[in-house]
Design a protein around this ligand. Sequence first.
Ligand SMILES: NC(=O)c1ccc[n+]([C@@H]2O[C@H](COP(=O)([O-])OP(=O)(O)OC[C@H]3O[C@@H](n4cnc5c(N)ncnc54)[C@H](OP(=O)(O)O)[C@@H]3O)[C@@H](O)[C@H]2O)c1
Length: 308
Amino acid sequence: MKAIVYTKYGPPDVLHLEEVEKPAPKDDEILVKVHAVSVNRSDWEGLRGEQFVRIGGLLKPGHQILGSDVAGRVEMAGREHSQFQPGDEVFGEMWGYHGGFAEYVCTRGTTWALKPAGLTFEQAAAIPQAGVIAMQGMGDKGQVQPGQRVLINGAGGGAGSFAVQLAKLYAAEVTGVDNTSKLDFMRSLGAEHVIDYTREDFTKNGKQYDLILDVIAHRSVFAYQRALTPNGSYFAVGGSLATVFQILLLGAWIRRSTSKNIRILAIRRSRKDLVSITELCEAGKVVPVIDRRYPLREVPEALRYLGE
Ligand SMILES: NC(=O)c1ccc[n+]([C@@H]2O[C@H](COP(=O)([O-])OP(=O)(O)OC[C@H]3O[C@@H](n4cnc5c(N)ncnc54)[C@H](OP(=O)(O)O)[C@@H]3O)[C@@H](O)[C@H]2O)c1
């Protein structure tokens, strides 16, 4: 089969279209013919060897095919696989965020779901990672109450664009933060207030929020504390390692000494959350936004665009 392969960390130029062996499903796996795969920031991090990626491969990638969020049709099911049948249209996230930039993938599919007929393969592939981050950041345990002030940092990206729409659905007052070119986009998703991060630091404008979801945390933990209302919550899902470690170290102390809840949100792979956000998409209440489309051979171009 054809796949986009890389053998060293680097810019998108290190990715190449190659002929590789078609994977064979283990007894508990399915073989899926890939119809669409989305490009996520996790692919960029995997390409560059950023964040925690080098735990799986210190000097060179532990896996040679990137690509996390796949939608396709089941071609074969292993003897012990009981959930999906050949012919089923399915979608979900690849374990370890790899394998998807290829014509076929094998997966146990434990957190995958049937693709609703009302969504295209492309729309379905846009949902898993970004949509589940948004669900767990916004929706868990009725976090967001009507009228609450919610800020999403990185609101113009994958997870952020779902989170803005969910927060609006929960009747929150939403502030989106991203770069100048995405201000109108964030407004179009429903954000009442938008902040251009290249011009304004939301932790220094005197405003406070009941919930902050941050996909790109890079400030001091005390800056986030300042931007929270007395009982507010701050959840970081991505960002610089320095900030992640600071939140891990100091977040617990802030939680104990104040009523502010500052933490890293470790996203759980969850079929329930995937199905919930997908139902909202199928009902037209949330839109999976597709910026551009590329054929498989142009995955390097897609990643270059994402990186830029
Ligand atoms: N915690 C977990 O368990 C878990 C699980 C899965 C994934 N993740 C992580 O979650 C993150 C998900 O991100 P995503 O897929 O939504 O990324 P994305 O699509 O790249 O969106 C990030 C957005 O943030 C913007 N941005 C960049 N710098 C900013 C700044 N200083 N202030 C505000 N906005 C800024 C980007 O715009 P520009 O164009 O300006 O860069 C982009 O629009 C990834 O880092 C991924 O690794 C975490």
